[in-house]
Design a protein around this ligand. Structure first.
Ligand SMILES: Nc1nc2c(ncn2[C@@H]2O[C@H](COP(=O)(O)OP(=O)(O)O)[C@@H](O)[C@H]2O)c(=O)[nH]1
Ligand SMILES: [Mg+2]
Length: 331
């Protein structure tokens, strides 16, 4: 996951503490005698502090991915949850502070060398570093919060994807579990308390991703808040198709007309291919609505293979590298 490698972002106080205490420690145990070694001591102190600050800041900058290169799905989520513009601004400010501390410290080192009172320019440099770090206080806080939010985003890959939608209890999670080999991972998703279920299946050497998004595509759009709607928009940026599950046995607790209405609403909302499929074909109360072509039972496995074939046929074909077949001897 692209945000996984972002480590904890220090606050400005923590950064200054670290830099200044380390710089004092460089001097520990050393006898400072005479003007030359007093200059060297102050120079070493300044260099230690400045390097710690500018290195830490530049590594913060490098931990974040370039927002011009991340996938549209993660870009959208970042924008909804944090704000890409704010994030970029803070990253730029941190980069600026890193460069500034670097160049400023080199100027002060020249002032320290040969100075009769070298601790005067050194202290002045420390003061300036403090105020530079102080000026990016809010940026570090914003990046720290952003990191905590983004790190928790699920690992949604850029693989052909099936998003499963439908009212609660129609069998969405059961479907994901029945077609994906390993136990699907329940990943936290900031827009829903239940998290999302991500499973993978492999057919003919191609990996597919199946996602159940409880709380997002399981009730009418009019019942959603702004943030949920945006989260749904981000889903639209995946290379995906939608499987709309209905339960004509109505054992899910929703009547079939409401279920079909939701399916049609989602079809209108998303301009990506979709298919309505009736689940729980094994139940006595099951009655296939006329418009539905595919019926399955995640319990008995009936219809699942045929449906998976159909889903794969609907998904965008993965570009496979074309290889010339080798010529046989004599040709
Ligand atoms: N009889 C029957 N029950 C099913 C079938 N698929 C799911 N269920 C049951 O329906 C309930 C809800 O399933 P679940 O997958 O959690 O639904 P979700 O809320 O849409 O994810 C569970 O008790 C399942 O065991 C099916 O094909 N036949
Ligand atoms: Mg579920």
């Amino acid at each position: 996951m692209i945000f996984e490698k972002i480590k904890t972002i220090p606050t400005s106080e923590e950064l200054l503490d670290k830099a200044f205490s380390r710089s004092v420690r460089t001097m520990a145990g050393k006898t400072i005698d005479g003007p030359t070694s007093r200059c060297e001591a102050n120079e070493a102190m300044l260099l230690t502090a400045a390097n710690i600050l500018s290195d830490n800041l530049s590594s913060i900058n490098k931990m974040f991915p370039s927002f011009d290169q991340i996938s549209p799905f993660y870009y959208d989520l970042t924008d909804i949850l944090v704000g890409v513009d704010d994030l970029k601004k803070s990253l730029n400010n941190v980069k600026w502070a890193s460069d500034k501390i670097h160049t400023m410290s080199r100027e002060y080192i020249k002032k320290i060398r040969g100075n009769k009172t070298p601790d005067v320019p050194r202290k002045e440099a420390f003061g300036r570093m403090s105020s530079i770090i102080g000026s990016i206080r809010k940026d570090l806080l914003l990046l720290g919060e952003a990191r905590n939010i983004l790190k928790k985003l699920p690992d949604v890959r850029e693989e052909p994807t099936v998003i499963v939608a439908g009212y609660p209890n129609v069998g969405k999670s059961s479907f994901v579990k029945s077609v994906t080999n390993a136990t699907p991972e329940v990943a936290p998703y900031p827009f829903t308390t239940k998290g999302i279920l991500i499973g993978h299946m492999e057919k003919n050497g191609v990996r597919y991703q199946i996602i159940d998004t409880p709380g997002l595509l399981d009730r009418p759009m009019s019942e959603r808040n702004e943030i949920e709607l945006q989260a749904i928009t981000a889903l639209r940026r995946l290379d995906a198709i939608i499987l709309l599950l209905i339960d004509p046995s109505e054992s899910c607790g929703y009547d079939i007309n409401a279920q079909l209405r939701l399916a049609h609403e989602i079809q209108n909302q998303f301009a990506i291919p979709s298919i309505i499929v009736a689940n729980k074909a094994d139940r006595d109360e099951f009655k296939k609505p006329d418009e539905i072509e595919y019926t399955i039972s995640t319990m008995t496995g009936e219809g699942i293979d045929v449906l998976v074939e159909k889903l794969i046929a609907m998904l965008p074909v993965q570009e496979k590298e074309f290889e010339e077949p080798p010529l046989r001897d004599g040709f």
